[in-house]
Design a protein. Structure first.
Length: 165
């Protein structure tokens, strides 16, 4: 098992960012906390006898993504747990008002998880389509089309007079 201080250092460095990613994928704060915790438990088990030099944010994010999608597959058969007041995006520091930010979050929640993830990775993480494709295990054209469909749905929903995405 890894020393506690190594796990703590990795969590301090990457935990908040992983949590935001999990909230975006799951739209459920409690499930996101569970997913991040599961990632660090998996990490402790996987690196029991190996060097921690292999552990990067990309490794943790991929493990988290797989964990979240497993949770989503299990959830499909059960009752939907609404996101409630979970913030999918950070409060704006620019021109967007709090009302606009909440509207964008509401529309993001309605996107399919795959589109929501690609939009998040492109817009909020600043990843290239190639990086997104590598992270998600999809083709670069698929990453681009998911982004395009997600952005188009956001535009339609946010256009004056529109009611849904």
């Amino acid at each position: 098992m890894l020393p506690n201080d190594t796990i703590a250092a990795l969590y301090a460095a990457h935990g908040p960012r992983l949590y935001r990613y999990a909230v975006l994928l799951l739209a459920d704060r409690t499930a996101a906390e569970d997913a991040v915790q599961d990632v660090f438990v998996q990490l402790a088990r996987a690196f029991r006898d190996r060097s921690m030099s292999d552990v990067t944010f990309a490794y943790l994010a991929t493990t988290l993504r797989n964990t979240c999608y497993s949770m989503l597959r299990r959830r499909r058969g059960g009752p939907f747990r609404p996101a409630g007041q979970v913030g999918l995006i950070e409060p704006a520091t620019g021109d967007a008002s709090e009302e606009e930010r909440l509207l964008i979050e509401q529309v993001l929640r309605r996107l399919p998880a795959e589109q929501r993830e690609v939009v998040y990775l492109k817009v909020f993480e600043g990843m290239t389509f190639q990086e997104i494709a590598d992270r998600c295990g999809i083709g670069i054209n698929t990453a681009g089309s998911r982004y395009r469909y997600g952005i188009e749905a956001l535009r339609r929903a946010l256009a004056p007079g529109e009611q849904s995405c």
